[in-house]
Design a protein around this ligand. Structure first.
Ligand SMILES: [Zn+2]
Length: 419
């Protein structure tokens, strides 16, 4: 049954905006104002139409349901977080304490911290325990307005544990039903596990043993790898290229952890037509320019910069060079424990001088494009009814509060929930 939802002081549709490049706030389509509110008509999980109330109400049919809101709200598309590691076990507060006290990466690893400690905990956890933790974090995402969330494996690093992680992500999706869409990614190539001497041998193992199982059980359509010449346990550009081309041949979409500490990963992503290259904190002019004519999305991860105390992804420069820029949380227990996309995007925006339009585009339809999902991220006819209502009268107040203001009402697949 169609449902008319109103009144909204403003509806920030994000419709009619280009996929790539810089955006001005004057380009934003904003429907409604204090005197002439707007509304949205949805049916099941889809948006039917969005318009000023004075145009919608005369068309009202007998069978339409109505949801009438009792105060001022701005309606926006729901957020899309295209890069997270919310499936894992254990916390890494010791790492964080040592890092802020000035300890080095090596010292932290020697003290039993670092990524391998998460691998240890994740291997010990049961599938049900992993699903429980993932669900808790996914519920937090929903509260924060993220209704599509990518989730990576990559803390198992052996056949059984990687499959356990991906199955736990699937279990979480089943238990949360339609409250959020979880998009799984196989990141078995996160780092080389201690059981393997050579990185190449481990990558061959992933190709021969893990990916065929992932495909058989339909656990993920995407493959990720941590490409980094300067991190010993990460993978070099040349070995990654061979691995990724073989993964592509098996039918997987590709995304790369690229240019976090050294360059090489992003140029590889662009060369092989990856869906996205994520991190890019250390991309130089050459890499930034390479995004100009590429459909590979440049994904900024401000949560990692905040967690590690590192510089931000050069988002301004990427946009000025016509890149498709998405913003994601990188939520993980090691380098990005905060897990609050809206807050992080606000902080990135103020340091990198991003407009409202650019920050919103990065958290919505541009992030959705990175996940190959073009049915969401804007409020427009035929798109998914994934929307957020914030209790303000001007959309600019949302970023102005730098993440402290959360949505009060969400619609996921057309189903309403109040907070
Ligand atoms: Zn990551």
């Amino acid at each position: 049954m169609p449902t008319l939802i109103y009144p909204f002081t403003q509806i920030l549709t994000l419709d009619h905006l280009p996929l790539r490049g810089a955006l001005k706030d004057t380009e934003l389509q904003i429907l409604g104002n204090k005197n002439e509110p707007a509304g949205v008509l949805i049916e099941q999980d889809r948006i039917v139409t969005v318009d000023l109330l004075k145009n919608l109400l005369p068309k009202k049919q007998k069978n339409w349901e109505v949801q009438i809101l009792d105060k001022e709200y701005v309606l926006t598309p729901a957020l899309v977080d295209c890069h997270t590691h919310i499936c894992s076990a254990g916390v890494r507060a010791l790492d964080y304490s040592m890092r802020i006290a000035g300890d080095t990466y090596e010292n932290i690893a020697q003290a039993g911290g670092g990524i391998i400690s998460t691998v240890r905990h994740t291997r010990l956890a049961t599938q049900a325990e992993l699903a429980q933790t993932t669900e808790k974090r996914a519920l937090q995402q929903i509260k924060n307005g993220v209704l599509t969330c990518e989730v990576k494996s990559g803390y198992g690093l052996d056949l059984e544990s990687e499959l356990k992680m991906l199955r736990a992500i699937k279990d979480t999706q089943i238990s949360l039903k339609n409250q959020i869409d979880l998009i799984p990614t196989c990141l078995s190539a996160h780092v080389k596990p201690p059981e393997f001497e050579q990185a190449k041998d481990y990558l061959d193992f992933i190709l021969k043993e893990i990916l065929p199982k992932v495909k058989e059980e339909n656990l993920a359509k995407r493959v990720d790898i941590f490409v980094e010449n300067n991190v010993k346990s990460a993978f070099k550009v040349e070995e990654a290229e061979i691995f990724l081309k073989k993964s592509q041949k098996m039918g997987f979409q590709i995304t790369i952890h690229a240019d976090q500490f050294s360059t090489g990963g992003s140029l590889l992503a662009i060369k092989i037509g990856a869906k996205s290259a994520d991190h890019l904190e250390n991309s130089t002019r050459e890499e930034i320019k390479a995004f100009t004519n590429s459909n590979t999305v440049a994904v900024a991860l401000p949560g990692a910069s905040l967690g590690l105390g590192m510089k931000f992804t050069p988002a301004r420069s990427l946009l000025d060079n016509d890149a498709i820029l998405a913003i994601a949380s990188d939520w993980n227990v090691g380098s990005a424990p905060m897990g609050d996309l809206l807050t992080q995007a606000c902080i990135l925006g103020v340091y990198e001088k991003l407009t409202n339009a650019e920050t919103w585009a990065g958290m919505t339809f541009r992030g959705a494009y990175a996940l190959d999902l073009e049915d969401r991220g804007v409020i427009a006819p035929s798109k998914k009814a994934d929307m957020l209502a914030f209790a303000v009268s001007d959309f600019r107040e949302i970023l102005y509060y730098q993440g402290a203001l959360k949505p009060e009402i969400i619609w996921k697949n057309g189903k309403v929930k109040f907070f």
